[in-house]
Design a protein around this ligand. Structure first.
Ligand code: ADP
Ligand code: ZN
Length: 512
């Protein structure tokens, strides 16, 4: 590596050493080798192209999917004296930026993929010296990725027009399949793949079924005094939760893309400056925000994918100090996610189904959560980590196959249109008007569950929904899903985690 790299690392960025694979990636870029760097959030991806951008003669073109993200990076780069600019719809200084580029006065130029792939931009680059193409959030190029952007596909002709300019693709989130696709799509050979370890040993993972979410979150806030982020599924939910949780005395604010921009910016600034604030946000919050001392991240609902979960929870504990990540989920999250899949074009459905199934495995497992996450990213972790809920308090599991078969039969025999409440009522032999009117007290599955088994009904329905043995109708009723058959035939076992004691007590009280 040229001598001046360590000097630049220190003098411009203020770091004494590289972290992890940074040195390897920067080395490859300086040597002109095409590279795909997979580095988890917080691993320091930006340095991998910003440092070569300064060291190399010419300008580094950075393709990035979000204007907000570009401008954050731009501000940070300019602050340390890097000559940087962006060409986006909200920039007013286009002419000046183009002149600076042609005159060799820019180290970094940020553009969106739709701009980068256009003819006008290509013309501009022909009249300038390009030192490096950096493609940020490179998983967007793959249909297998969780965030496919068709415009990323149009980058290839641009890259190929400048065959001597090295290309560096960067992403935090790519499973083996997506990785391969990125390499192919961007024309990077397989030996250009650099993967940094994904483990974040200081983050303690825990997963809970939702059971009084507001109380669960309030307990979490009480146990975790430092700055925290609560991810909520909708804009409305962020505001409502922020208000409810704020009544507990803690400083709580909301953040989502639909807010008044001034208010949103103020909330973000307050959070970054604070030592104990809780931000209730949609996933729009966090990208490009550098707050190293976030002590907890909670998800109030199921994330979109394992990648998404890893990235969002990874915003906790970037300073390396202990932090926690809590995920609260409900069976209805799975039902809703599957319903959304039905609306997608058929070509994308399979990938989405696999994503939901992977999330199902994470929330349902009685084994190490970290091992599941790391295996998803192609690592071969030790089977226990000692720092997740299941490793710290191994849950008991029971064989609920018989109950699951009774449940599926009841759904089938009542005509596949009733909700969980009615199915439970039928199985446990309740006497309700609905049951009498429909004659459901005269079918073979009526009152075939009693005693302790009753407490298994709710977790069993959850488990069946998670593994797609049950699906929801458009009216919210239950029907058999594609994976019901092997269970009904006795070919597949259904093990469920023994419900936590509190939940069991309450349910018994209700049923008794
Ligand atoms: P990513 O984009 O991979 O999530 P960033 O580029 O935002 O990560 O960097 C994450 C944090 O790590 C930033 O605060 C950055 O200043 C810091 N950082 C990056 N490289 C180093 C290094 N070599 N030594 C110390 N801190 C670093
Ligand atoms: Zn573990």
């Amino acid at each position: 590596m040229p001598r001046d790299i360590p000097t630049l690392l220190h003098d411009i960025f203020g770091f004494t050493t590289f972290r992890g694979v940074q040195e390897q990636v920067v080395g490859r870029v300086m040597a002109g080798q095409p590279t795909l760097a997979i580095m988890p959030t917080g691993a320091g991806k930006s340095l991998c192209y910003q440092l070569p951008a300064v060291a190399l003669d010419g300008c580094c073109v950075v393709v990035s999917p979000l204007i907000a993200l570009m401008h954050d990076q731009l501000r940070a780069a300019t602050a340390v004296g890097i000559r940087a600019a962006s060409l986006t719809s909200v920039d007013a200084d286009w002419r000046e930026t183009q002149d600076r580029l042609r005159n060799g006065e820019l180290d970094l130029l940020y553009v969106a993929p739709e701009r980068a792939s256009g003819e006008g931009f290509r013309n501009l680059l022909r009249s300038a010296k390009v030192a490096l193409f950096a493609i940020d959030e490179a998983h967007c190029v793959s249909e297998w990725g969780h965030d496919f952007r068709p415009d990323y596909r149009l980058l290839r002709p641009l890259l190929d027009e400048f065959p001597d300019v090295p290309r560096l693709a960067l992403t935090a989130t790519a499973d083996a399949h997506t990785r391969k696709d990125i390499l192919v799509q961007l024309g990077i050979p397989e030996d250009g793949l650099i993967i940094s370890g994904f483990d974040r040993p200081n983050i303690r993972y825990a997963v809970h079924p939702r059971d009084g979410l507001t109380r669960q979150l309030a307990d979490l806030l009480a146990a975790n005094p430092g700055p925290g982020v609560v991810y909520a599924p909708t804009r409305a939910a962020t505001e409502k939760l922020a208000e409810t949780l704020g009544r507990g005395g803690r400083a709580v604010r909301a953040y989502h893309a639909g807010m008044d921009p001034a208010q949103r910016a103020a909330n973000q600034a307050a959070f970054i400056a604070s030592e104990d604030m809780v931000m209730v946000a949609t996933v729009a919050f966090g990208m490009g925000i550098d707050k190293p001392d976030v002590r907890f991240v909670a998800h109030a609902g199921l994330p979109k994918s394992i990648e998404g979960y890893y990235q969002e929870s990874g915003r906790a504990g970037r300073d390396g100090e202990p932090a926690v990540a809590h995920l609260f989920w409900g069976a209805e999250d799975f039902a809703r996610a599957r319903q959304r899949i039905m609306e997608l074009e058929p070509a994308r459905q399979q990938g989405e189904r696999a994503r939901i199934a992977a999330l199902g495995a994470l929330v349902e497992t009685a084994t190490c959560r970290r091992a599941i996450l790391l295996r998803h990213f192609g690592e071969d972790p030790s089977p226990t980590c000692g720092n997740c809920d299941n490793c710290l308090t191994p849950p008991a599991s029971v064989d609920a196959t018989e109950t699951a078969r009774k449940y599926l039969s009841a759904v089938y025999r009542t005509g596949q249109s009733f909700g969980a409440g009615h199915i439970e009522a039928v199985l446990s032999g309740a006497v309700t008007d609905k049951i009498r009117e429909r004659g459901h007290d005269r079918i073979s599955v009526y009152a075939i569950v009693d005693g302790d088994e009753t407490a298994l009904l709710r977790p069993v329905s959850r488990a069946l929904l998670v593994r797609d043995a049950l699906e929801t109708t458009e009216h919210g009723g239950l029907m058999l899903g594609p994976n019901a058959r092997p269970i009904l035939r006795g070919e597949e076992e259904v093990r469920i985690l023994v419900p936590p004691r509190r939940e069991r007590k309450k349910r018994n009280a209700r049923n008794g």
